[in-house]
Design a binder for this molecule. Sequence first.
Ligand SMILES: [Zn+2]
Length: 337
Amino acid sequence: MSEFQPLDALTLYDPFEGMRFSMHQCFLCGTPTSSLQDTVPVFADWLMTRYKLQERQIKLLDMSIVQYQHLRIACCPTCRTQHVEPLEARLELAAREGLPGFRQVDEQTLFLWLGKMFYGVLVTELLTELDPLAKPQYPLAENAQLLRRFQAFYQPFQALRVPMEYEDFVPGSLFILEADPAQDDMPFEYDDDLSTIAFSIKLDETVLVACLVDNGIIRQAMGRVYQDAYRPLHPIQIAEFKARVYYAAYLLNVVPDYYPRPVQPGDVEVVMDTLIDDVTGDIFNPWDNSAYGQSLLEMWKRWQIPLPEILRDPAHPLTFLYEANGQPRYLQQYPEA
Ligand SMILES: [Zn+2]
């Protein structure tokens, strides 16, 4: 057995090589960890305290239930104190300012923060699959295409530990939405679609929605919708926006490739290049309104809008973001008086 060599500051790490997922190896650098203290919460302590999440439950893919407070991943003391805790401290400060605070956080920091939560949930799922008693319906670890997507995500995500510049790209699509406080009664909401790396978290009036592995393609494609949504939205409108992002992430047909440039003596950061192969296929699979309708049905569960109503006009699924004439719709309340 070879001794573990700690990585130097600019050396990248890939846990997908040999599938090195474990509660005894740092999720950022692979250093073996020993004690229970060598972990970090997936949802930071400040977040759990602020939104009383400790005992709230989250359902995993194998249908087992865990409490938020028990979601933890292995993290060595160096990565914890030098990388994870400073990131959380930065976001805790931003969260205190509410929406304007989040809008001031730079995009890489926001990507890393959302990425850390996403990755923590993903590792929890992967480790649960390794439990011989678990019987997941769709094992993540056995799906080569999914693993390729997770592995791609992990490349720019390493910026959490390694100083890194993304050369002329953003790794994911991030959206910051504002919930209309007059209509809003959910201080915290979280959901994800692991298979497409789509993710959403709501903190008071701020709703962050993201696809973390598309090099910003979905945000480009949704440029106008995002611009039109730059205003306080009714929760049902936010749910519709999320349905659009999640469905677009589902249609996304490409996985970016990432290429770190060789590090030269004296370098202080890794420069990451990227390439999307759009030669062999389309970037998006074709949009299908009936499938999009299913996505709306799921996101609108709270309001119990039946599918036939959503698809009454099959060419134009129900929308609360837009009027029939294509102008942004202002929704005071739902159902409308
Ligand atoms: Zn580490």
